[in-house]
Design a protein around this ligand. Structure first.
Ligand code: SF4
Length: 260
């Protein structure tokens, strides 16, 4: 390009100013459009069938396939619980299974290695590793609880009501009122004979025999995260011992929370 082909400086300045004005008016236009698309306005305009109420259920209440081996009493979900939630027009948010996430997948392979280990002369190693295993579990559960609390906060920030969180009483991770003494339970499963045991004996001796009062490790981490976010959500529990004993039915506190 020759010098004569360039616009004169005055014309160049006018072109630049005109360009900036156009960009500014485009920005203003976009802001006006965004202002018109505020979520509250859109929600009113696009009103639909949602109830705006959700309940967070422990993973295995919808999928017993993640339970400890011998601990599933149903092929899949707890029908009576799902029916009660559906009947109350409440949406379901399925919590992650913390043991699946931290203990080696659906089968919880890291725990399976301990079955019968004392009988193979590995008791000392097992006793040394248990505190490390618990420290790792607490660390993973803190991360998980942080993520779940953020999701529940998003629900509330979106105008939904989280009517409750349903844990599993008797679980070392998801217990609300009752949990499992992990030290005692690991000791019992390390000394059991994995070849001779069956589901009923395993549940009787190791699960029901190790119950203690208090929250499980994941529910405890989640409660802490919810308090930090000032997000009060009622905690309810499904009774694992009752279920293993053949009971069917929905916890009364949960029924009340669903209709509140
Ligand atoms: S009680 Fe919690 S940790 Fe145990 S199987 Fe159910 S969801 Fe997983």
């Amino acid at each position: 390009m020759t010098l004569s082909a360039l616009p004169c400086p005055n014309r160049l300045i006018r072109l630049i100013l005109a360009g900036r004005t156009r960009v500014r008016s485009l920005r203003l236009g976009m802001r006006a459009t965004l202002r018109g698309a505020r979520p509250d306005d859109l929600r009113r305009r696009l009103d639909d069938a949602r109830s705006g109420r959700v309940v967070a259920l422990s993973h295995c209440l919808l999928n017993e396939n993640v339970r400890h081996l011998g601990g599933a009493t149903r092929p899949g979900a707890l029908d009576e619980l799902v029916d009660a939630v559906q009947g109350a027009s409440v949406g379901i948010c399925q919590l992650p299974c913390p043991e699946q996430q931290a203990w080696g997948g659906v089968l919880k392979r890291r725990v399976l290695r301990a079955y019968g280990s004392d009988r193979q002369g590995l008791g000392r190693v097992r006793r040394l590793l248990t505190p490390l295993f618990l420290a790792y579990t607490r660390w993973r559960y803190r991360q998980l609880a942080h993520r779940v609390a953020a999701e529940l906060a998003d629900d509330r920030g979106s105008g939904h009501r989280v009517v409750g969180i349903v844990g599993v009483d008797g679980s070392p991770s998801c217990g609300v009122q009752r949990s499992l003494d992990i030290d005692r339970a690991v000791g019992a499963l390390a000394s059991c004979d994995p070849v001779a045991t069956d589901a009923a004996a395993f549940n009787e001796r190791i699960v029901l025999g190790s119950f203690v009062r208090g929250q499980g490790l994941f529910i405890s981490a989640l409660s802490h995260q919810l308090r930090r976010r000032r997000l009060p959500v009622p905690l309810c529990a499904h009774d694992l011992a009752g279920e293993l004993g053949g009971q069917r039915g929905v916890d009364a506190a949960l029924q009340r929370a669903l209709v509140r």
